[in-house]
Design a protein around this ligand. Structure first.
Ligand code: GLN
Length: 238
């Protein structure tokens, strides 16, 4: 059967390994480039994208990973992992030399880090999620309990990126009929036409070919259907 690697330089590695194992799959931590040869797919865990970027470059993993992803390796990124799979970060962090953080890329999209606001660093909600597997006890069309922890959202997607889940703006922590932004209820806001309009929803799960990414952490709620979908992607069944 398939072997799922979990990038193990930082982040919630154990939770991903446990979720894959609870599905009967084999999961192995990946710390060195040589270990990439033994895996059929890879999970990039939640954690801190800047740290994972730094450490994978230091350990000589970033280059090989970038090539494998471009070559079609199935990869699932949750939260920080979504950031690492994104081609573009809207607001990259810079290190003390002023160099912006890098990503492995692969997903033709723009991601914004820590996007849901500072008032509440984390929140939970139930989401409709397209294309989930239906072989387990929970039907595929049951909502996913999604936990967001300093989570990114996806701001723009290319034509080949499929949107699997969105959070209605009314359910995001910052939302509300009056959000206190001066002039937000006026027809001609300073930012030009449309500047006073708000998106109706935020994209929080995407797929493009062999790449899957979620802003949230199914691995911490006992939700297994997202990992099941990923295993089916590795097997070529989804
Ligand atoms: N804010 C983190 C980052 O930028 C992601 C948080 C998470 O993975 N829970 O990497």
């Amino acid at each position: 059967d398939v072997v799922v690697g979990v990038l193990a330089v930082q982040g919630d590695v154990r939770e991903h390994i446990a979720t894959i194992e609870s599905l009967g799959g084999r999961a192995v931590p990946v710390r060195r480039a040589a270990e990439l040869a033994a895996i059929d797919g890879l999970i990039l865990p939640g954690g801190e994208s800047t740290t994972m970027d730094k450490l994978t470059r230091t350990f000589g993993l970033a280059g090989p990973l970038r090539e494998l992803i471009a070559g079609g390796l199935p990869v699932y990124g949750s939260c920080a992992g979504m950031i690492l799979l994104s081609d573009v970060i809207a607001d990259p962090a810079t290190d003390r030399n002023g160099d912006p953080q890098q990503t492995f890329g692969g997903l033709d999209m723009v991601v914004r880090r820590n996007a849901f606001g500072r008032q509440r660093e984390s929140f939970e909600t139930d989401l409709a999620f397209a294309g989930l597997a239906t072989t387990g006890p929970v039907p595929g069309d049951d909502p996913v309990r999604a936990v967001f922890i300093r989570a990114p959202w996806v701001e723009k997607v290319g034509a080949d990126v499929e949107v699997l889940a969105q959070v209605p703006a009314a359910e995001t922590p910052q939302a509300g009929p009056s959000d206190g932004v001066p002039g937000s209820d006026q027809g001609s806001a300073p930012g030009g036409p449309g500047a006073d309009l708000e998106p109706v929803a935020r994209i929080v799960a995407v797929r493009s070919g062999n790449l899957l990414a979620t802003s949230f952490h199914p691995e911490v709620t006992g939700e297994r259907r997202v990992h099941e979908l990923f295993i089916r992607m590795i097997r070529g069944e989804a």
